[in-house]
Design a protein around this ligand. Structure first.
Ligand code: GAR
Length: 201
């Protein structure tokens, strides 16, 4: 399936997907294009390393509607079927989400529905939970609220810092995000209401 990626920053998840794809582990995934909403996004360097076409569509000083119109036009031109949010730090409008209903996946650094939003690591540490992790989910109209596809957990140790927790979770993100994408692109994921069923071969 033809996949478009959206990112805002470092791009380590984008890199993990490209690496797995390069190693032949994502046979049904064709990464066609990267869109970044900031020209400083390091994800651009990742695209260059793997020869993936990329476009900068600046989102600042633009309405969400105008930004998304440009994204949708580009992805339509590229025949994109699946959208991956790989550290894309902007909320999408209901209109855009419905344009690609159940075709947009996101990675979030907590075990959703716990700790949605922009400070997942800090919120997990401050709450005193002993485990956190990451979640790959479909994007719906809410914030980090769509059907959950896959999760991985890590222990929170005594004295854990935001940085150390983030690094531990990132290792797990890089494992489950490419895996989920391949399952989606090989039509093995079934959505039943808020529940997701993974169908084996
Ligand atoms: C990742 O930790 C991802 O889970 C998080 O941003 C980071 C992006 O890193 N995403 C969110 O918080 C979305 N709500 P990356 O640019 O190196 O992939």
């Amino acid at each position: 399936m033809k996949v478009g990626v959206m990112a805002s920053g470092r791009g380590s998840n984008f890199h993990a997907i490209l690496k797995e794809s390069h190693n032949g582990n994502l046979p049904n995934v064709e990464i066609r294009h990267l869109i970044v909403n900031k020209k400083s996004a390091k994800a651009i360097e990742v695209a260059q390393e793997y020869n993936i076409p990329f476009t900068v569509i600046e989102s600042k000083d633009k309405t969400r509607k105008d930004f998304e119109k440009e994204v949708a036009e580009l992805f339509k031109k590229e025949n994109i079927e699946i959208i991956v949010l790989a550290g894309f730090m902007r909320i999408l409008t209901d209109h855009f989400v419905n344009l690609y209903k159940h075709k947009i996946i996101n990675i979030h650094p907590s075990l959703l529905p716990a700790f949605p939003g922009a400070h997942a690591h800090r919120d997990a540490i401050n709450s005193g939970v002993k485990k956190s992790g990451c979640t790959v989910h479909f994007v719906d109209e809410g914030v980090d609220s769509g059907p959950i596809i896959m999760q991985a957990s890590v222990d929170i140790e005594e004295g854990e810092s935001e940085e150390s927790l983030s690094s531990k979770i990132l290792v797990r993100e890089h494992q489950i995000f490419p895996k989920t994408l391949e399952l989606l692109c090989s039509n093995k994921i079934e959505i039943i209401g808020q529940n997701v069923k993974i169908n084996p071969d």
